[in-house]
Design a protein around this ligand. Structure first.
Ligand code: ADP
Ligand code: ZN
Ligand code: ZN
Length: 821
């Protein structure tokens, strides 16, 4: 479009390109800047858009507009320039890469308070009060009638009550002077977040409980039982879900229980330190790694500027980050340290605080809005120069980031999996580094296969820390990894042991407990329900075209590939060994805990998983008990694999490694390998030698085998060959398109339609490299009452491909998804 000079008299008229908070895609709109305002790129503004005012971000300011007629910017939302130039550039990149709107991408970087919404109040004028409903055009009547009943109404409430068509009549009524609208910026209040728990009412008598049990209110009785059970209190929301809202209301009404509101604490208390702790002398390997990072920090000419720091847990990676950070700060730049949310433990944070007292800001999901705002402004004003946090810390308002670290770079939580933009923090970090000249360090014991492949091809420089650092109490030297054994559960079954604890595991637990050591028992939570496995030979059916496991669907009595949709009959006997002992795998931590208590009655066993851990207080309680040594056995899910430094843990048992291997996803093996390595890494962190036991029905599976030997290279070789032959990433890029609907047939039909559209487009542009895979049902196929269907696009540039086709409303696009299930 040709740029046209503005026709106004005013010669120093200027125009702003603004990304607006409206479904407007990846473009900006031109607005004129009224003389009363001074507007710069990075300002947040309020602009008219259609019939209302919306928020916007100024991306550029120029003397010409893209269009002939422009409307004025209404106001600045904040006097400060909120987004820095490199952040505006990053927003553009996020938009192009992940197919999000420009405003959505930019809003990731706005201060929390401003990320609210406009609220528009509609009020009836005196003229409106006196106007007969019948005297206005038919379409406007419902609006006028509604307002005569509610003379002051939120526009959103009006829309909710009488619909969007009525809402569209508002401007007309406004022009005829019957109503007025006023828009204000809704700022989140200073209110704390609360969680409600159900507790027993004071003075609760046993009689009243007994009466309740005799009565017919079965759900109330069951809920009462739960409230009375020792252990973490039940959340009100959970109680309503499990027992029904009326059971909760019933007990509240009878006065047997109370609802108690407790403010959510950040859960992470950081100790204050005044004096910076002195860094230790680096080992030779650490020195060599740091020297290379330093060279890049010193000179922008050093390429590549990203590093893969590959080292087992306890090999001293964090120490390298700390010293690289010290150099970064020394040059007057700032540092961003990303860690998976789950490993934001007080232990981790304390290390940064001890080394850099008063300079660290922590960003994580449990901050209250007020804390979040405080963190943002401290960094914006340069009062702190280190931000440690989960993926969103990447968008902190730093003026000059010099170092970006992603610890545990392989973690899936680095990918934003819901909402928009669905960015991957690793890719976004690399882009931010490119834009600012910063150095990126990706650290992991088990790098993502894609990252490792890139490092082999010199996209990142590879740095290795091959050995564990011994505890400081020991002599200089090399610590040993845990000794890990695989136990074949098939032979346990043949020997008549039906317990979840194999003989070798039972013995090992006893050995550890006997010498006063502690034990962690790990159970993979995902993928436990729908896959079928032969208990005699461990065989499980895979799809011929995708090499991913097929899952069982009860409603169709079929095995189904969730990747390509292939379907086949459920076998009655094992196709390999003809055994009829085929069953679904499915166990929970509660069962493991029970059995542990029965088998080892003298030991104190506790459970730590997401159920107990949503409340940070409870999480700390259970965990501290274990850390202090008051509990001897810790049973847990994924959470126990991260960030725990407990020297006294002598044994780590993996209850069933097979869980998770059969998730219908090409990354399932990688995921299990990473998990098992991390679990094994929990043992032997102190002076005592550690032991690991992995129980499995599939001792020959390569992910299980190489995890036992903790041999990353061996795993990588196998995995990359698999990826190459099935053309999975890094040999392609994927986009996952998801459609959900309560109507199963409609959802499936829409998925089929989209496949045809994509195939037609592919033919039309003569694209021979891309492939349309599916449609296939999601895993699980039904989520929150909606049937999910996937279409996967494999293409060198999936976002580019998709931007050329029209996607109907309802499709959710995920570029570079971490899972295709
Ligand atoms: P990773 O991040 O790879 O898990 P850490 O940096 O946490 O490893 O190091 C493991 C342990 O060794 C920590 O307790 C750390 O304080 C200690 N440590 C790291 N480097 C050194 C060193 N050069 N000298 C002495 N102790 C060290
Ligand atoms: Zn079999
Ligand atoms: Zn398939």
């Amino acid at each position: 479009m040709a740029l046209s000079r503005c026709q106004r008299e005013d010669t120093d008229m200027s125009f702003a390109e603004v990304a607006v908070d409206a479904p407007a895609g990846n473009r900006t709109f031109s607005y004129s800047v009224p003389p009363s305002l001074s507007v710069e790129p990075g300002h947040a503004v309020s602009v008219p858009f259609g019939p209302r005012n919306v928020a916007g971000i100024v991306f550029s300011v120029a003397e010409v507009a893209q269009v002939e007629r422009t409307r004025d910017i209404v106001d600045l939302l904040h006097a400060d320039i909120l987004l820095r130039p490199h952040q505006l550039a990053l927003a553009h990149w996020l938009t192009d890469t992940y197919m999000a709107s420009l405003y959505e991408a930019a809003s990731l970087m706005l201060p929390p308070a401003i990320r609210g919404q406009h609220i528009t109040m509609v009020s009836l004028t005196a003229k409106g009060v006196g106007t007969q409903v019948e005297s206005v055009p038919v379409g406007q009547r419902p609006v006028l009638a509604y307002l005569q009943e509610h003379p002051q109404s939120l526009q959103s409430a009006l829309r909710r009550d009488i619909g969007g068509a009525a809402e569209r009549q508002l401007p007309r009524l406004e022009r005829s002077g019957l109503l007025e609208r006023q828009t204000t910026w809704k700022r989140p209040g200073q209110r704390e977040r609360f969680v409600s728990f159900l507790v027993t009412a004071p003075g609760l008598s046993e009689d009243s409980v007994a009466d309740l049990k005799k009565g017919r209110a079965r759900r109330q009785a069951a809920l009462m039982d739960t409230v009375l059970t020792a252990g973490p209190p039940i959340k009100a929301t959970e109680a309503r879900r499990r027992f029904g809202a009326s059971a909760v209301a019933g007990l509240l009404e009878k006065g047997l229980i109370l609802e108690e509101r407790i403010p959510v604490q950040s859960g992470i208390q950081v100790q204050e330190h005044n004096e910076a702790e002195a860094p230790p002398k680096l080992t030779g390997h650490q020195q060599r790694a740091l020297a290379q990072i330093s060279a890049a920090l010193e000179s922008v000419a050093v390429e590549p500027r990203s590093f893969l720091l590959h080292g087992v847990t306890g090999s001293g990676k964090t120490e390298v980050y700390l010293q690289a950070l010290a150099q970064t700060l020394g040059k007057g730049k700032q540092g961003i340290i990303l860690v998976p949310e789950i490993s934001l433990t007080p232990q981790t944070l304390d290390r940064f605080n001890r080394r850099f007292p008063g300079r660290v800001v922590v960003v994580h999901s449990e901050l209250t809005p007020a804390q979040r705002r405080e963190a943002w402004w401290r960094l914006y004003r340069g009062e702190a120069d280190i931000v440690v946090g989960s993926r969103s810390a990447l968008f902190a308002p730093l003026s000059n980031p010099g170092l970006i670290v992603l610890d545990e770079e392989h973690e899936w939580t680095y990918k934003q999996a819901e909402g928009t933009p669905r960015y991957h923090a690793r890719e976004a970090a690399l882009e931010l580094a490119r834009l600012t000249g910063a150095v990126t360090v990706l650290g992991s014991a088990t790098p993502d296969v894609v990252t490792y492949y890139q490092a082999q091809r010199e996209k990142h420089r590879s740095l290795k820390l091959p050995n564990r650092i011994r505890p400081i109490t020991e002599l200089e030297g090399i610590g040993s990894m845990a000794d890990v054994r695989i136990v074949d559960m098939r032979s346990e079954l043949r020997a008549g042991n039906r317990s979840m604890f194999s003989e070798p595991l039972q013995e090992a637990v006893r050995r550890a407990l006997d010498v006063g050591g502690q034990v962690i028992l790990f159970l993979n939570r995902r993928g436990s329900s729908t896959h079928v496995q032969c208990r005699d030979c461990g065989h499980s059916v895979e799809c011929r075209s995708c090499a991913t496991p097929m899952t069982y669907h009860g409603d169709r009595q079929r095995l189904l590939c969730h990747h390509c949709g292939r379907m086949q009959q459920e076998p009655s006997a094992c196709p390999v060994c003809q055994s009829r002992r085929i069953r679904y795998l499915g166990v929970g931590t509660q069962r493991v805990l029970q059995e542990a208590q029965e088998l080892f009655p003298d030991a104190e066993a506790v459970r730590w998983d997401r159920d107990v851990s949503t409340i940070s207080g409870q999480r700390d309680l259970v965990l501290n008990k274990f850390i202090r040594g008051e509990a001897h056995i810790l049973v847990g899910t994924q959470m126990v694999t991260k960030g725990l430094h407990i020297p006294n843990v002598m044994l780590v048992g993996v209850m069933l490694a097979d869980l998770g291997l059969y998730i219908p996803d090409f990354r399932a093996q990688e995921r299990v390998f990473q998990l098992l390595c991390q679990v094994a890494g929990r043992a032997g962190r102190g002076a005592l030698a550690g032991e690991g036991i992995i129980q499995t029905y599939q001792p020959d599976n390569y992910a299980v085998q190489v995890a036992a030997s903790q041999d990353y290279e061996a795993f990588f070789e196998q995995e990359i060959a698999f990826r190459r032959s099935f053309r999975y990433p890094p040999f392609s890029r994927l986009a996952k398109l998801t459609y959900s609907h309560t109507d199963a047939a409609l959802s499936e039909g829409e998925a089929e339609r989209l496949c045809r559209v994509l195939l037609r487009h592919q033919r039309a542009i003569g694209d021979t490299e891309s492939a349309v895979i599916g449609p296939a049902p999601g895993y699980p196929a039904r989520l929150r009452g909606k049937y999910r269907w996937h279409v996967v696009l494999r293409s060198p540039d999936p976002a580019g491909f998709l931007s050329q086709v029209e996607l109907t409303a309802g499709w959710v696009v995920d570029i570079d998804p971490v899972s295709v299930s």
